[in-house]
Structure formats: C-alpha cells, structure tokens
Design a protein around this ligand. Sequence first.
Ligand code: HEC
Length: 173
Amino acid sequence: MRHLGLTIAAAGMAAALAGCGKSPTNTQAGPSQASSSAQPATSGGTQSAEPTAEQKKQAVAELPAPYNTGDLDNGEAKFAVCKSCHTLGAGGADMTGPNLHGVFGRKVAGKPGFTYSDALKAQTFTWDAAQMDRWLTDPKAMVTGTKMTFPGFKDPKDRIDVIAYLKAETSGQ
Ligand code: HEC
C-alpha cells in the first residue's frame, strides 16, 4: 500500500514537471523580439528560436578581421547557392550536406548523425574563419575527395560576407 501511494505521488510530480517545461517556452517566444536584451543568450533552454539581431551582431563581432566587417545582406544572397544542401538553424535537417548550426569552433566532420566522406573525416582541424575561407575558396583543393560539390567563391569579398552570415546564423542556442 505504502509503495503504491509513493508511486502515484511520483508519477503525479513527473507529470506536473513535464507540463511545467512546455508552456512557458511557447508564451515567451512572441514578445522577445521587442526587447532582445531582456533574453539572456545563455539561458540553457531547449528553444531553437532565431537568434535576435543583437545576438547576430555579437556573433559577427567575435570574428577576426576582416570577417567581422562582413556584409550580412550580401552573405545571405550568396548563401543561396548553399541552401539546396545546408540548413543553418538549431535542429535543422541534414540534407545533401550537414546542418551547420554551431559549426564554428567544432571539429571538422563533427556534426553527429551525418555521414561524411572518409576524406573529410580524416581531417583534424577545427572550423574557424580562416579554415572556412580556404574551404569556400575551393573545397576539393582543400580536402581532396570531399563529397561537397561546390566549385568555390573566387571573389574574397563574397567569402568574407558568407562567413559573417554563417557565423551570425549558426551561433547561439
Ligand atoms: C551540392 C550540395 C552542397 C552545396 C551546394 C554546398 N555544400 Fe557544403 N557540404 C556538402 C556536403 C555533402 C558536405 C560533406 C562533405 C564531406 O563529407 O566530404 C558539406 C560540408 C560542408 C561543411 C563542413 C561541415 C562539417 O561539419 O565539417 C561546411 C562548413 C559547408 N559544407 C559549407 C557550405 C557553404 C557555406 C556552402 C555554400 C557556399 C556549401 N557548403 C555548399 C554539400 C554541399
């Protein structure tokens, strides 16, 4: 009898906690745009909301020069050629290429659940702006045997802008 009572109480608590976790995240999603600074970037929650304009600016400012001067609008326009293969947001789908959320600071070929080429898996570097610049100049020249079929941006300005855009869109929660 005593055991049964405890089990029921525990189940009740678990249900209450589960309910607790769900509703507040939904109600907070709307108004956060109006006061971006009110929402701490490192709340540790599971929300996958778009980063705010302020968070994007901060993420770009963390890059070394000249990437921190990147033009996000041109970066977004140039990223159009990547879009058929990559998503950027937290929890985004893997397509032909892996979801790129959190790619800066991550080991190459490090997105869990994506099947990379042996060539990319054999690399040991960590993604930063300089490595990304080499990659986007000519992926196959940087990593012979990669399965990313993208010829590269020849204009250095396009690489700077895309790198800034990538940093802005893939950082944060
Ligand atoms: C035709 C599809 C395709 C296009 C277009 C493409 N990619 Fe990729 N990308 C891939 C594939 C596939 C991989 C995995 C490569 C491998 O395993 O060798 C990859 C890998 C990457 C990686 C390394 C990810 C990691 O976890 O190490 C980055 C960064 C990247 N792509 C960025 C870009 C950007 C930026 C563009 C646009 C300029 C782009 N890609 C265009 C298919 C594509």
